[in-house]
Ligand binder design. Sequence first.
Ligand code: UDP
Ligand code: MG
Length: 315
Amino acid sequence: MKTISLVVPCYNEEPTIEIFFNTTEKVFEKLNNTHESNYYPNYLFINDGSTDKTLNILRKLHNSKPNIVHYLSFSRNFGKESALAAGLSNAHGDYVAVMDVDLQDPPELLLQMIDILEDPKQDYEVVGCVQTSRRQKPIRKFLSASFYKIINKMSHVRLKQNVRDYRLMTRKYINALLKLPEYNRFSKGMFSWVGFKTKYLKYEGVPRSAGTSSWSMFQLFEYSLEAIVDFSDAPLKIATLSGGLICVLSIIGLIFVVIRAFFFGGSVNGWASLVAIILFLSGVQLFCVGIVGKYIGKIYLETKHRPKFIIAERA
Ligand code: UDP
Ligand code: MG
């Protein structure tokens, strides 16, 4: 007998939880009909400070299946990353899956994922999922492609485009992942940083079973910036390099001005270009200070050693 913990973050997911649970239960039925060893699901829902009836639904579900359904309920909305951190550290299964509750991560894929991890001929520790054609607005698609290009250039970890958080992991992998204690969390990067042999399954993207996505364009942009700062120090290098380059250029300019004044006398001409140069340089300086500030902000948050989430209720 093996247990599979399913870590499922929920934020205002009143309409989707029961659909998710019923669909996944069917998948486990099929799994146990087609496989010799028995697999037990262990649902771990994380209520991320929902303002709708999500918590009530989770309580009801737990009362009807107290052995297999558990939940953690946060004291407020801490974000999906914190929900994942809470779920992963509280999941005790032999395998642990991370999945969304809106069925955009199809539970049927678990059948293939199990087969891959159980295959003794291959030593995969993780099976991840790549979504092939998610119907996205062209601008969103373009921004997403640009983000992956930039982060792969800037950081040591390799991120595949369209990889979802949805994955099944072995206990060995989870134990390694739990060694990463950071407060600023970007799961996709952390999953990749941990390493181990990973297999990716491709599947066609599907729309949400119900409800609406809680990510706005601005939030996605912010998330991308945070990810870059979390996993790369390239912006700091760019700031240093551009500062150095501008210094060299200004020394050349100074020599030119001194030689000109020496041979041709002083001139009051050129104040416009002078103002332009001053403005440009102040801009560059502010930009670089901003980048440095972003990193200092991250250090500040890390050194406070605050918990990543507060659990108000658990069952
Ligand atoms: N989610 C969460 N906290 C948040 C936002 C989202 O726990 O602050 C959960 C949400 O309930 C869902 C998953 O994260 O199970 C993915 O969210 P969503 O479907 O809105 O994102 P998308 O699929 O559009 O990337
Ligand atoms: Mg979704």
